[in-house]
Write a protein that binds this ligand. Sequence first.
Ligand code: ZN
Length: 352
Amino acid sequence: MFTKSTWIRLPRNVVVGHGVLDQTVEAVEELHLHGRPLIVTSPTPRKIAGEAIIEQFAERGLDAETVVVDTASFEAVERVIEAAEEIDAGFLLGVGGGKAIDIAKMAADHIGRGFVSVPTAASHDGIVSGRGSVPEGDTRHSVAADPPLAVIADTELLAEAPWELTTAGCADIISNYTAVMDWRLANRLKNVEYSEYAAALSEMTAEILVDNADLVKPGLEESAWVVTKALVSSGVAMSIAGSSRPASGAEHLFSHQLDRIAPDPALHGHQVGVGSIMTAYLHEGDRGIWTDIRDALRSIDAPTTARELGIDADTVIEALTTCHTIRDRYTILGDGMNERAAREVATKTGVI
Ligand code: ZN
């Protein structure tokens, strides 16, 4: 008897391209969202995008409220929830890099309101996916929320973001290769639910990005286009899978652990990129695609070594040997690497 069923939640309006910020309110109106908009943003994104959106709403007679958040924290999520309740917000817009978007997404999910994502940097796949995370003390809380109802990604704005944010977004996509390897392994060994469609889409996304690596150059608006399309596609893969598996394996565990233990962690995408070099090696050994991953990262100016991440070798080893414990997600790391094995992979891949 056939008993399977699934819910695939996707963003409905994905608007990407030159100057599309002007179409924000149009994209929102199409969703039939009602009530007052609440804009969650941080200081710089507020200036470069938030204010223009407030004006667009004002032209339609809507008085948007704004909450400015400085740091990603639970306190900030609570502040947004309070503000939303106070004005009885109809829907929330996250306008900014990772922080404002994650916070708006989590708050909207908590109070059951619609959420619209307006990224000002293409730095990780959280701008399109239903995942959100904020640090608390030395841990990090991830929540599974619905993906945004709409994504407005203006490539003109994204191209002006600091270059390393774009390379971090690229590296996050390149890491899909190893995320899918881990997913297949977990499916074979632990019967973890697996979707051929989602896995294929995720891998193809990484491949297209690598094939277009020569378009990824500072100052080129095409870079923002290529990366954003890839982030959207990666988000769709997660939606189809109903989990972050297509885009998050051991390399993500490694990065989450660095966020907790490194005195000065690097960007999420940069950390997962370096993690991906090492976990690809663990999967396939010397002859595998780890060198392709490293070369692809190099070609787009993303870090490939601990030194380039600004993180010392011992911290990398500590993260490699302990990160399997931070979440119940089976990967190539299994029940953990010992120190010698960790040193070996990090040395052989040139990470330390
Ligand atoms: Zn990621």
